[in-house]
Design a protein around this ligand. Structure first.
Ligand SMILES: C[S@@+](CC[C@H](N)C(=O)[O-])C[C@H]1O[C@@H](n2cnc3c(N)ncnc32)[C@H](O)[C@@H]1O
Length: 200
């Protein structure tokens, strides 16, 4: 199982943005849509062994967390285009309005769940049965990592992770790099997927 956790610092937590201008009005939900595309889609195929956690921390009601479970998602739910993916996020945010129990996940669509889980909650749940890696420019080169079993990768958005998130990951996640340059979150996910495919 491959898991990607994306911490989005500014992504809106209510569906109050315009589909006509996602980058300018949503706190960069466009970046999350492209990340879903890279995490799940193959040419004429879908990666069922992938899970994605989107952790949204923008206004007005943070946090909201959306989990995408590849093994449960119905065919044609995840389409390549950003607008169609943004519509799923909007649906999740609508289901997520007024959640009272922070630890409970609410179904949105088959394989898609919304909750008020915090970044730290997602990490704590994940490390019970997966090795955790933090993708960062200054990490260990990915070619030198010995991947085994379930693997999880934490990524930041356009701003990267905050200092306190990095402090939280210290000691529980190994820093891994795909290169010295700073790449787009979605490109890093695509690279990691292809890299892991080639290890098999
Ligand atoms: C656009 S980058 C963030 C850049 C941001 N200015 C920063 O200082 O962190 C988005 C995310 O992609 C991942 N990333 C970008 N370049 C990477 C690299 N060369 N190796 C590993 N991860 C990378 C990191 O998780 C990063 O938080």
């Amino acid at each position: 199982m491959r898991t990607f956790i994306i911490k989005a610092n500014k992504a809106h937590t209510r569906a109050d943005f315009s589909l006509k201008d996602l980058p300018g009005t949503s706190g960069r939900i466009d970046l999350l849509c492209r990340s879903l595309n890279s995490a799940f889609l193959l040419s004429h195929g879908f990666r069922k062994n992938v899970r994605v956690w989107l952790n949204l921390n923008g206004p007005p009601d943070p946090p909201k967390t959306i989990r995408f479970e590849g093994s449960e998602i119905k065919p044609k739910t995840i389409n390549p285009d950003e607008i169609s993916l943004a519509k799923i996020i909007i649906k999740a945010l609508k289901v997520g309005e007024g959640i009272k129990e922070p630890a409970k996940e609410y179904p949105v669509l088959p394989g898609v769940y919304v909750s008020n889980l915090r970044f730290e909650d997602i990490i704590r749940r994940t490390i019970k049965n997966s090795t955790l890696y933090y993708l960062h420019e200054e990490g260990k080169p990915i070619e030198r990592v010995n991947f085994k079993g379930n693997v999880t990768f934490v990524l930041g958005d356009h701003e990267g992770l905050a200092r306190e998130d990095e402090a939280f990951l210290e000691g529980i996640a190994e820093k891994v790099s795909v290169g010295k340059k700073s790449y787009l979150t979605s490109h890093v996910i695509a690279y990691v997927n292809i890299f892991l495919d080639n290890l098999l």
